[in-house]
Write a protein that binds this ligand. Structure first.
Ligand code: ASP
Length: 584
């Protein structure tokens, strides 16, 4: 190897040793008689010293080095007189005896520093330079550790990692597929997998009984900070298990990752039904680091002449602790907040529970102090608290209040970054009505099994059927989700029928799976975790992009390699995709 040590490991223990280091020039300082160079590699920074008096030529060579030159330096380790205790190598320096330039470098378009001067776009274009910065390096290191620990845990539990194909078949369920034209089969297309779902089920039928894969998945959806067109899942499947077994096994994985990566002990994994999650938090991924559960007021607040409440399907609120001293201005701001089009509430009713036991509300005209006292009791509010109430259509109202709940948690600083509260959301609806297509869609995917006791309602009342489906939510972030699967051909057939597939379509799209069900399919269930999201959560960020080495921007573009891009006429022709322009 060209080097004897890395730039992050030398300390006073190495004094007087002769060493050779390789790395990049982070910074150089020319102090006349002496030149100092900070040399960087992925392990750290070591200070090189060139002395004009003892080796003039070397010193002059050193002065010519530009930022980001790749160099190799040999010299002896000495104790520094001017110590920098902020870095592990800050007590030593290398008195250089030999210097070799391994490669020159152009001046980088932004500084490779923790506080860089480069904007997002520029850093994405030169991502390989951005990745030299500590923040990105630490993020990728975290990701690496997490994948190793996930593998360690799953391996210890007899899971085996099996790769499934990337060129598969397009199916209409779920998100949009990315497709790949086939040269050898003109007019035909592969699709990139949105997940290895059907393959992992086939592996269960094949008898592998505990499978996992850390795997790329592809979905052609509109992008957000926590979405990328290609992302990574920890995808798992097990045979001969109940829902409980799955939840326990993956609580094990979750505990293991928290312990080994963050040194955090997690013991509690409460469960909440989807219905309760919606009723009490207005969300299927509630953040339970803080309470502020919804309280419904239909019983107490209707029929008192206040039109808005009388006409509302649901009157529901939260209690913000110790906020009774909110000023007019703060309350107006909250009202404006909930009225924003993306939140969509018409207005906000408040009740201040004053310290003296009296109440002050925005609906004093309609309700007496006794009425408001009853409301406050319903909320278990104490003097000093503030009730914030919305009224309107049930689902929209709950959604709006859930956003307000998170906003209040932000204002009250209740989202403690160092507290982690996992939660299983269970019993999701099997189906959801889609207005556009005027039919039911699978809420999870079409292979999810209905709850035993609801199967009889599949044909008569599909909307009310609950699924053996579960999500793992941590601090309001959906980290993973899965389900017990259907393993019976007839039930799978009924499911496809409910989803509006003709027998022919079902056979055409999923015949391979339904046929496989006839050859001894074991009961099975599984889950997949969003690996990028989980890493971001552990890293304390909301943007998964920061934890992906080469992410796409929010137009789905990789600006570094300039993709997606046009392809040549020849390629198009070969693929049978030549676009014949009109009038040409
Ligand atoms: N394949 C599912 C998904 O990607 C997860 C699962 O059911 O295991 O969401």
């Amino acid at each position: 190897m060209l080097r004897t040590h890395t730039c992050g490991e030398l300390t006073t223990k190495n004094i007087n040793q002769k060493v050779t280091l390789c790395g990049w020039v982070q910074k150089s300082r020319d102090l006349g008689g002496m030149t100092f160079i900070d040399m960087r590699d992925r392990y750290g920074i070591t200070q090189l010293v060139f002395d004009m008096e003892t080796s003039k030529q070397l010193c002059e060579e050193a002065r010519k080095l530009g930022r980001e030159y790749v160099i190799c330096a040999t010299g002896s380790v000495e104790e520094r007189s001017n110590k920098n205790l902020k870095i592990p190598t800050g007590e030593i320096e290398i008195i250089v005896e030999k210097l070799e330039v391994l490669n020159a470098a152009k001046l980088p378009p932004f500084t490779i520093e923790d506080n860089t001067d480069g904007g997002e776009e520029l850093r994405m274009k030169f991502r390989y330079l951005d990745l030299r910065r500590n923040i990105n390096k630490d993020n990728l290191l975290l990701r690496h550790k997490m994948s190793i620990e996930a593998r360690n845990y799953l391996n210890s539990q007899q899971f085996i990692e099996i790769e499934t194909p990337v060129l598969i078949k397009s199916t209409p369920e779920g998100a949009r597929d990315f497709v790949v034209p086939s040269r050898m089969n003109p007019e035909k297309f592969y699709a990139l997998p949105q997940s290895p779902q059907t393959f992992k089920q086939l592996l269960m039928i094949a008898g592998y009984d505990r499978y996992f894969q850390i795997v790329k998945c592809f979905r052609d959806e509109d992008l957000r900070a926590d979405r990328q067109p290609e992302f990574t899942q920890i995808d798992c499947e097990m045979s001969f298990v109940t829902q409980d077994d799955i939840l326990h096994t993956f609580e094990g994985l979750t505990k293991h990752l928290f312990k080994t990566i963050l040194n955090v002990e997690i013991s509690d994994f409460p469960r909440i039904s989807y219905d309760d999650a919606m009723k009490y938090y207005g969300s299927d991924k509630p953040d339970i680091r803080f309470d502020m559960k919804f309280v419904e007021l239909n019983q107490l607040a209707k029929n008192r002449g206040f039109n808005v409440f009388d006409q509302a399907e649901l009157i529901v609120g939260i209690c913000a602790k110790s906020c009774a001293d909110y000023s007019r201005k703060q309350l107006d701001k909250l009202t404006d907040f909930v009225r924003k089009p993306q939140i969509g509430a018409k207005g906000l009713v408040y009740v201040k529970c004053n310290e003296d036991g009296s109440f002050k509300s925005s609906v004093d005209k309609f309700y007496t102090q006794e009425d408001l006292k009853l409301w406050a009791d319903e909320f278990k509010a104490e003097p000093g608290d503030l009730l914030l109430i919305l009224a309107g259509e049930k689902d929209a109202n709950r959604k709006a209040l859930s956003v307000l709940r998170l906003e209040m948690a932000e204002q009250l600083e209740l989202k403690d970054k160092n507290t982690y509260r996992p939660l299983w959301v269970v019993d999701f609806p099997l189906l959801e009505w889609n207005e556009e297509s005027q039919r039911y869609h699978a809420m999870h995917h079409p292979f999810t099994s209905p709850k035993e006791e609801d199967i009889s309602k599949l044909e008569s009342d599909p909307g009310s059927v609950r699924a053996n489906a579960y999500d793992l939510v941590i601090n309001g972030v959906e980290i993973g989700g899965g389900s017990v699967r259907i393993h019976n051909k007839e039930l799978q057939n009924t499911m496809f029928k409910t989803l509006g597939f003709s027998d022919e379509d079902a056979q055409d799209q999923f015949g391979f799976l339904m046929n496989a069900f006839e050859y001894g399919a074991p009961p099975h269930a599984g889950i997949a975790f969003g690996f990028d999201r989980w890493t971001a959560l552990f890293g304390g960020s909301e943007s998964i992009r920061d934890y992906i080495a080469f992410p796409k921007n929010n137009m789905g573009k990789d600006v570094m390699i300039d993709s997606p891009s046009l392809i040549s006429e020849v390629q198009l022709e070969e693929l049978g995709l030549k676009i014949v322009k009109e009038n040409s």
